[in-house]
Write a protein that binds this ligand. Structure first.
Ligand SMILES: Cc1cc2nc3c(=O)[nH]c(=O)nc-3n(C[C@H](O)[C@H](O)[C@H](O)COP(=O)(O)OP(=O)(O)OC[C@H]3O[C@@H](n4cnc5c(N)ncnc54)[C@H](O)[C@@H]3O)c2cc1C
Length: 395
């Protein structure tokens, strides 16, 4: 851990020194120079500050007082007032983790005209919802959202902060973690809590060949992001708990980004939302043959997805890739056709309720994950399935 030491006695022209920082993190107040959490450690002040600023590496940083940090906080994600279901998934996990150490579950809700959503968050397991409702927070803009989350952490000292592994969550979590000079583990697939309040952050590493267990024993808070559909949504309960309205002064809510217009993208049901998925693997010989699997998916009211092999071949849209470097899915039924069951693929679908695998190789790894294994040629089995379903449906 490193910090910048200020030699106040050497500061002959403090106003000029303030201007050195491109991030506006140096301040001169009441005759004293100070550096705030906006510092990015770019070290320009050290190079150009004439010896006033010194970079100091702490060899044996003092251990954090863990007892001062209490609570498992979830950062709620919302767009135009609609709460993303990943928030409920994280609240369910936060409840499990917090109960193990007898900590409260917090939820931070940031946006504009969103206060009415707080009750819903209480009903998914939050003990206290902190609402930052301000016109400046209507759209996700990184600077004010960072300032808000920083404010929440400074005032409430949560031990753990869980953020959705979504586009905005992946942007927000590392920024705030950097401000607290603490650790962040992205895309955790499992989380557990130790009695010491250290969070066990578990995720695949080295191409999915090992599961890494990551801890942040010397710093607080500890940050983790989790992708959508990794944890189940908990059952709703009575909305008991506290709602706390919070606000932040305007300069901190300023942003260099001004939103001119928001154009809604046509909503497509992605494979993450599908209840039935038919997966095409390299057992498919030609791109045209995908039509057969598409027909099966259509008959079951589902979606076609694939392994990385067919994405690399350019046969399937990359949005439809399941796995470690693709999407995580949790459908009610998944039928894999000609898929070997590589660990990187299985990591993205092992939570599915019913896994059916069709493969010609009796030793294929996919049979270890499947609830129903069909040993055979997909070119024979899939047409039979289609015929049977059509018959059942009277088509
Ligand atoms: C860092 C990293 C990240 C990765 N991320 C992903 C990821 O996100 N998703 C992903 O899918 N992969 C990923 N991979 C690739 C992964 O390791 C595998 O190479 C890939 O999943 C294999 O795809 P497959 O099962 O379609 O093909 P193969 O492994 O070639 O398997 C084809 C299977 O089809 C069977 N088969 C052949 N003909 C028939 C038939 N007529 N009927 C029935 N069965 C038949 C074969 O027996 C075989 O088991 C990643 C790899 C790395 C290194």
């Amino acid at each position: 851990m490193a910090f910048i030491k200020i030699h106040q006695e050497k500061a002959e022209n403090p106003t000029a020194l303030v201007k050195l920082c491109p991030f506006g993190a140096i301040h001169y107040d009441n005759g004293k120079l100070d550096i705030d959490s906006g510092c990015k450690m770019c070290r320009i002040c050290i190079k150009k500050g004439g010896g006033v600023f010194e970079y100091v590496e702490e060899k044996n940083a003092p251990a954090v007082d863990k007892s001062a940090w209490r609570g498992v906080a979830v950062v709620a994600e919302q767009t135009a007032g609609a709460v993303h279901p990943i928030t409920f998934e994280l609240l369910g996990k936060a409840r499990d983790l917090a109960d193990k150490i007898n900590h409260p579950v917090y939820c931070v809700l940031i946006g504009y005209r969103i206060a009415d959503k707080a009750d819903e968050l209480l009903s998914y397991g939050a003990d206290e919802v902190f609402v930052y409702d301000d016109p400046a927070l209507e759209h996700f803009r990184i600077e004010p959202y960072t300032a808000v989350l920083e404010d929440f952490i400074n005032k409430n000292l949560p031990s753990t902060v869980l953020v959705g592994g979504t586009t905005s969550g992946r942007s927000l979590a590392p920024r705030v973690a950097a401000r607290f000079r603490t650790g962040l583990t992205a895309d955790c697939t499992k989380l557990d809590m130790q009695p010491s309040t250290d969070l066990d952050q578990i995720r695949p590493a080295y191409g999915g060949n090992i599961m890494a267990h990551i801890n942040t024993p010397k710093h607080r808070p500890q940050f983790a992001t989790v992708r959508y559909k990794i944890f189940p949504i908990p059952p709703k309960r009575e909305a008991i708990g506290k709602i706390t309205r919070c606000s932040l002064a305007n300069p901190q809510l300023n942003s260099a980004i001004s939103v001119q217009k928001v154009t809604e993208k046509k909503r497509e049901v992605g494979i993450e939302e599908a209840e039935v998925i038919v997966v095409a693997g390299r057992g498919i010989r030609k791109q045209e043959d995908l039509a057969m699997l598409e027909e099966l998916a259509g008959l079951l009211g589902g979606k076609l997805a694939s392994t990385r092999s067919l994405i690399e071949a350019g046969w399937v849209n990359p949005r439809c890739q399941i796995g470690l470097s693709g999407r995580t899915v949790k459908p009610k039924l998944i039928i894999t056709c000609g898929v070997s069951g590589a660990i990187q693929f299985v990591a993205g679908m092992s939570g599915s309720e019913l896994i059916v695998a069709i493969n010609t190789d009796p030793n294929a790894a996919i049979f270890k994950s499947a609830h129903i294994g069909i040993h055979g040629d997909l070119y024979k089995i899939v047409p039979q399935l289609i015929e049977k379903i059509k018959l059942e449906k009277g088509q």
